[in-house]
Design a protein around this ligand. Structure first.
Ligand SMILES: CC(C)(COP(=O)(O)OP(=O)(O)OC[C@H]1O[C@@H](n2cnc3c(N)ncnc32)[C@H](O)[C@@H]1OP(=O)(O)O)[C@@H](O)C(=O)NCCC(=O)NCCS
Length: 178
């Protein structure tokens, strides 16, 4: 398996991966919703605010994830990990965790200090995320499942209170995702 940075010519294949994976794991409407989110992330985000990665197997993209910038009032480099998908036939082989660790290492190299995500703590705790209160680090919108708000520090310092509600990139600027 090869792990690399996402590049624009891969956009159609990456979008198809998210549609298929989320249609399979949830239902078709969810596949379309996440596929639309990923399309907008890739098309409308300033490249300085987005990092995507893909896992390749025999020339095909079998996994992908995106990190997009969160802007707090505090001067801290922070990104949101979302979404992540591994093609159904390839799940359960460690690709998801490898891809996330690989992406986190690249962010660390760039000096990113904090990463947040919104998902299942049982899965994301395997790759270093811990539950985080909205008092410590507010989310961009009111969370329907606050127990899914997770964070980790990449610079070795504990996550201390971050001021203000953060701004997210346009693709996530919709309460439906939160
Ligand atoms: C979640 C996902 C990315 C994990 O990728 P993966 O390559 O299958 O994960 P890994 O092989 O590295 O790890 C698998 C382990 O995580 C567990 N796991 C997978 N999804 C999980 C979830 N939603 N909650 C809890 N545990 C989960 C598996 O049970 C497995 O546990 P085991 O090792 O004890 O058997 C992949 O299953 C996927 O694309 N799912 C559908 C889309 C999705 O839910 N994305 C995440 C939300 S954005």
């Amino acid at each position: 398996m090869k792990l690399i940075r996402y590049e624009a010519p891969q956009s159609a294949e990456v979008q198809a991966l998210f549609v298929r994976t989320f249609s399979d794991s949830e239902w078709p409407a969810e596949g379309e919703l996440v596929g639309g989110l990923v399309r907008q992330l890739m098309a409308d985000t300033d490249p300085r605010d987005l990092l995507g990665f893909v896992a390749m197997e025999k020339g095909l993209i079998v996994g992908s994830l995106f990190f997009s910038r969160l802007r707090f009032d505090t001067p801290v480099e922070a990104f949101l990990l979302s979404p992540v998908a591994v093609q159904p036939d390839y799940q359960g082989q460690g690709i998801g965790q490898c891809l996330i660790r690989f992406g986190l290492d690249r962010l660390k190299e760039r000096g990113v200090m904090r990463v947040f995500t919104y998902g299942d703590p049982a899965f994301y705790s395997r790759v270093g995320f811990r539950p985080i209160s909205e008092e410590t680090a507010p989310a961009p919108f009111r969370l329907s499942q606050p127990e899914g708000w997770l964070g980790q520090s990449l610079d070795g310092h504990e996550i201390t209170a971050l001021a203000g509600v953060p701004g997210c990139v346009t693709a996530f600027d919709d309460p439906a995702y939160w």
